[in-house]
Structures are given as structure tokens and as C-alpha cells.
Unconditional design. Structure first.
Length: 291
């Protein structure tokens, strides 16, 4: 059924990170089904196809305060409020904890956590005024389990899970629902981004072999092997997001893709040492062979 906009309540949708992947697919699906969609990215030039598909486009950089302020003000000037916020912008990077420069760690938290929090703070007053809103946070199965080499990415998703759980309690009384989306493996450019900054160390680097295997395993898990058969597509996530924001009583969490359901169940059933043993079957344990 096509979405019918109500005159008294804004259900305009603001989506971050729409230049590709899940953000792009969500914007396309919602616009096609009649939602008023504000698709955003750092560069508006990357949103031409979405504009042609009926989305309204805005520049928005979640690491830039002024950019976020201007985007929210622009939408509120037209719609009265942001009715639905889809916090999708984010990225992954891989590397052993000891080897990732702190400036890259800070940059990841700025995008995946702090920018998301600030944008949420900016839209909430409008949602509270109209007594209705939906905040959709793109988490991951990686917010409940950790793969070697992805510690900092997983840390941002664990943080997002905690923030969402607290926020859900705080804003429920204002008519605002907070929804977590937890995808598993999704075929997109995610894997390439995750390993693109992983630097191959010199032969004597104790993490060199570990990095090489993590990079290969991360990329291959999306294209071949048992888990690749359980991967989903960006539109699978978009479909779940639309279901969640259309519901009068959305679930607190939505797991997307068979890979997420399988691995989250496995993590729940195994003790910590059992999970570690499972991971050692796929990843090498870094060892200093010179000592």
C-alpha cells in the first residue's frame, strides 16, 4: 500500500549515506512507495539518480556540525519536522588494535557514533513537538559479536546498540520509536572499504600474516564460501526499514539476512572460549616468531 502523508504530522524521511549501498536502496524504495524522502550524502553530485527517482537531495556530512544543522533546518522549514531519521552513514575498517593509528580510530567514531548522536539530537525536538517520530539506527550483527581484525568497527556498533537502548527508553513517552537494524553480510562495497586502509606490514611485522588473512577472508566471505550463500542485498535491508517505519508498533530490533541469524544464534549458544575456538578455525593467531 502506498504511504499516505498526514497533514498534521510530518513523516518526511531523512536518510544519511545515500551515495551507495543500503542508503541508496532505502531512498529508492521509500520514494517509490510514496514517502517524502530527503536523501543525503557529503556530495550532492553523487545523488543524481536518486533525485531523478523522486528523492529530494541535500548535502550532509555527519562529521560537520554546520552541515547537519543546515540539513535539518532546511527540512523543518518545508515539512515542520523530520518524521523519520535513518542513521545509515558509516563505514568499516580492519586492522589489529595495536596497528590502527588513533586518528583513524577517532575518524571512525566521529562518523559511526558521534555524528549519528548529534544528528539524532537535532531532529528530536521536532519529533517531540509533533508527538511522533521514528529513529532507525543501522547497527550490524557486528554490534553483538566480534571478528578478529575488526575491533574498532565492532566497538562503534556496540556503542550504537547501547545508545539506542538508552534512547528508546528516554523518548518513548514522546511518541518516538527507536529501531535497531542488524544486517549480516550484505553485498555492497562494504568489504572493499573495510580492508582498503589495512596496511600490509614488513615481513618482520608480527601482524603481517594476520592482516593478509583477515583482508582475504573479509573480501571472500561476500563472494564465495558457505557464508556468501547466506548474504543479503541492500534492498533486503531497505525492505525491512520500510516495514519498521510503517508499523504502529515496530519491533526493537530487526535482524536482516540468513548470515546474521545463523551467526548471532551461534554466538548466543557458545561460551566465550567456544566462540574464540570457532574464530581460530578461520583466522590465524598473531605470534611473534622472533621471540
Amino acid at each position: 500500500m502506498k504511504h499516505q502523508k498526514q497533514t498534521s504530522i510530518s513523516k518526511a524521511v531523512l536518510i544519511t549515506g545515500c551515495s551507495s549501498g543500503i542508503g541508496q536502496a532505502t531512498a529508492l524504495r521509500l520514494a517509490k512507495d510514496g514517502w517524502t524522502v530527503y536523501a543525503t550524502a557529503r556530495k550532492v553530485s553523487s545523488l543524481t539518480a536518486l533525485e531523478q527517482a523522486g528523492c529530494r537531495t541535500l548535502a550532509l556530512d555527519v562529521t560537520d556540525e554546520q552541515s547537519m544543522l543546515e540539513a535539518v533546518r532546511s527540512i523543518e522549514a518545508i515539512e515542520g519536522a523530520v518524521g523519520v531519521l535513518v542513521n545509515n552513514a558509516g563505514y568499516s575498517q580492519s586492522g589489529a588494535i595495536e596497528t590502527v593509528p588513533l586518528e583513524r580510530v577517532r575518524a571512525q567514531f566521529e562518523t559511526n557514533v558521534f555524528g549519528l548522536v548529534r544528528l539524532t539530537q537535532l531532529v528530536l525536538p521536532g519529533m517531540r513537538r509533533q508527538r511522533w517520530g521514528r529513529i532507525v539506527n543501522l547497527s550490524s550483527m557486528g554490534g553483538k559479536l566480534v571478528f578478529p581484525g575488526g575491533g574498532f568497527y565492532h566497538a562503534t556498533k556496540y556503542a550504537l546498540e547501547a545508545i539506542s537502548d538508552a534512547l528508546r527508553f528516554e523518548v518513548k513517552g514522546f511518541g518516538v520509536n527507536v529501531i535497531l537494524i542488524e544486517p549480516g553480510l550484505i553485498r555492497s562495497s562494504f568489504a572493499e572499504t573495510a580492508v582498503s586502509e589495512m596496511k600490509q606490514g614488513p615481513v618482520e611485522d608480527v601482524y603481517a600474516n594476520f592482516h593478509e588473512v583477515v583482508a582475504k577472508a573479509t573480501q571472500e566471505s561476500y563472494v564465495k564460501g558457505p557464508l556468501s550463500k547466506l548474504a543479503g542485498d541492500p534492498d533486503d535491508v531497505a525492505r525491512v526499514i520500510e516495514k519498521a517505519i510503517s508499523s504502529n508498533c515496530p519491533r526493537l530490533r530487526y535482524t536482516v539476512s540468513a548470515s546474521a541469524k545463523l551467526l548471532l544464534t551461534q554466538k548466543k549458544l557458545l561460551p566465550d572460549r567456544g566462540w574464540d575456538l570457532f574464530l581460530r578455525m578461520s583466522f590465524p593467531t598473531p605470534v611473534d616468531r622472533h621471540t
